[in-house]
Write a protein that binds this ligand. Structure first.
Ligand code: ATP
Ligand code: MG
Length: 561
């Protein structure tokens, strides 16, 4: 599988390094922290890292960055693996854990202490913060900065042995408290945390920080290009400092790119977790979330997500991508491969008065006009059918080419019908049934079929219809930027109360009998739908992945504008 043909600045660096012989084989990695599920932003990083390796005969490691046991667990580790595989990438036997390097990282820390380049600090977290200074003022040395190497070795060993409580000491790199780069002001390397780790259990009670563990894990694995997001740009000098001051087998190059942001959603794991925990959504796989599991349940395909990631490319400046662009890619993909079927979301009964009672015709319907190889199927027609409630108007506005009293439309794959009357609910006055006659000479495919009417409606034979639940989704947030909020409220104030609409009593054509969870369809004129994971043989549930572009909505909008 090739992921990319177009170039970008990272690709150029890699290709140049191969050309000049700096590297004979490139090694990249995708380093998720197992503290949440992967989202579409991670997909960008996965496609980039695995894609670089695939396209240059290199390899890409999957490495769990599991250095913070209090928020990490095995559920996430497993979900992440499943999601990377689902996206279509394979790490072979190269799956690693930062926790697998704890012993080595400890030895490297001892090395730094022995070189006088790390020390145990006993200030409180708060004191360390105030000593750090600000962007405009230099920091202040800790009184413990001058501890002897012997004392540091002793204290660090005792930290590791569990003699101290959380927060009593930390190990810090001894760099420069006056550095203009705050990250270089003696950053913390180790903290004491008496927490059980999902892999190393209680073996360790000191845990390395990301800034310390990451460059060294990269070096241990022989990573050539360590690609990360822009917020780490200011950490790059520190990344290099650790590699320069510890005896490591190689010196990977850190390269930063802009993270993916999408409109109308949130992408940080902390927020996603909050939405899940506070039950604003039903779980990590809620089809409204930008998580890979949510997108998958919604009906997104790995192909569409990869094509999207390829299209947005890799930039050095942060930006926000329209959700509509992601939707464009799933439409394109499903247009090619989703079989067309007919289903009615909000059914209205239509009785064809002159159609013989008890008669059933099997009509031939095309499965996908984009792909003749997908063949045809039979769709039954009988005297009573359902059409979409919105396809009928008793008082039609101009240019409403659907069903209305006295007006003709074609039932897709079947006949032209004409509305001859309506039945109303006595209480509500709402139209409950429409009466029509059909013209037997106009069957699709017959010699008379050429007679033209302006509207063609999808429909389902009432006697043969399957009942289904259909879930329609809208943006999770009403504003493009969820953080655009009146002060003192948080981003959840922008949650869209109408992000989920559940329609029950929908009707689908009988060919959908037994449709299995995850299968994709285009419901003609309605959009792309996917069988939900809660769906069962007797209780069909569909998620709308994305709507088709609705030409009527456009007309109506432009005429009221
Ligand atoms: P979040 O901000 O969502 O919590 P994170 O950076 O903490 O994400 P990690 O598990 O550390 O999540 O991310 C693994 C990799 O994915 C990192 O290399 C990170 O840079 C990358 N990544 C995370 N979010 C995005 C994004 N929105 N766009 C591109 N890459 C991302
Ligand atoms: Mg991270």
């Amino acid at each position: 599988m090739s992921t990319s043909t177009s170039s970008n600045f990272i690709r150029e660096i890699v290709e140049n390094d191969l050309k000049t012989g700096k590297h004979s084989r490139i090694v990249t990695r995708f380093p998720p922290e197992p503290n949440g599920y992967l989202h579409i932003g991670h997909a960008k990083s996965i496609c980039l890292n695995f894609g670089l390796a695939l396209d240059h005969r290199g390899i890409c490691h999957l490495r769990f960055d599991d250095t913070n046991p209090s928020t990490e667990n095995v559920e996430y580790v497993e979900a992440i693996q499943a999601d990377v595989r689902w996206l279509g990438f394979d790490w072979g036997d190269r799956m690693f854990y930062a926790s697998g390097y704890f012993e080595q990282l400890y030895q490297y820390a001892v090395q730094l202490i022995k070189k006088g380049k790390a020390y145990v600090d006993s200030l409180s977290a708060e004191e360390i913060r105030t000593h750090r200074g600000t962007l405009t003022e230099p920091g202040k040395d800790s009184p413990h900065r001058t501890r002897s190497i012997e004392e540091n070795l002793d204290l660090f060993a005792r930290m590791q042995a569990g003699e101290f409580e959380d927060g009593m000491h930390v190990l810090r790199a001894k760099i420069d408290m006056a550095s203009p780069n705050v990250n270089m002001r003696d950053p913390t390397m180790y903290r004491i945390r008496h927490v059980v780790h999902h892999r190393t259990a209680s073996q360790w009670c000191i845990y390395p920080t990301y800034d310390y563990a990451h460059p060294l894990s990269d070096a241990i694995e022989g990573i050539t290009h360590s690609v990360c997001t822009l917020e780490f740009e200011d950490h790059r000098p520190l990344y290099n400092w650790f590699l320069d001051n510890v005896d490591v087998p190689c010196h990977p190059q850190q390269i930063e790119f802009a993270r993916l942001n999408l409109t109308h959603t949130v992408m940080s794991k902390r927020r996603l977790l909050e939405l899940v925990n506070k039950q604003h959504v039903t779980g990590w796989d809620d089809p409204r979330l930008p998580t890979l599991q949510g997108l998958r349940r919604r009906g997104y395909t790995p192909e569409a997500i990869r094509a999207f990631c390829e299209h947005i490319g890799v930039a050095k400046r942060d930006g926000v991508v329209e959700m509509a662009l992601l939707e464009h890619f799933i439409r394109e993909d499903l247009n090619r491969r989703a079989p067309r079927v007919m289903a009615v979301l909000r059914p209205l009964r239509v009785v064809i008065d002159n159609y013989p009672e008890g008669r059933v015709e099997e009509l031939e319907a095309v499965n996908n006009p984009e792909d003749p190889n997908m063949g045809t199927r039979k769709v039954p027609l009988s005297r009573v059918v359902y059409i979409e409630r919105e396809d009928f108007r008793e008082d039609p506005p101009k240019k409403f080419f659907r069903l209305a009293p006295g007006q003709e439309v074609r039932l897709r794959y079947a006949y032209i019908i004409k509305c001859v009357g309506v039945v109303k609910d006595e209480r509500t006055g709402e139209v409950s049934e429409v009466h029509c006659t059909y013209d037997p000479e106009t069957r699709s495919g017959s010699s008379q079929a050429g007679r033209k009417v302006k509207g063609t409606l999808h429909w389902v034979s009432a006697a043969h219809a399957l009942e289904a639940e259909i879930r329609l989704y809208d943006h999770l947030f009403v504003k493009a930027d969820p953080d655009d909020i009146p002060d003192s409220r948080d981003y959840t104030a922008n949650l869209n109360p109408a992000s989920l609409e559940r329609l029950r009593g929908c009707r689908a054509e009988p060919s959908l009998t037994g449709a299995s969870p995850g299968s994709h369809y285009q419901f003609e004129r309605q959009g792309y739908f996917c069988v939900d994971s809660d769906s069962t043989e007797g209780r069909l549930i569909f998620n709308r992945t994305v709507a088709l572009r609705d030409s009527w909505a456009k007309i109506e909008k432009s005429s009221t504008a």
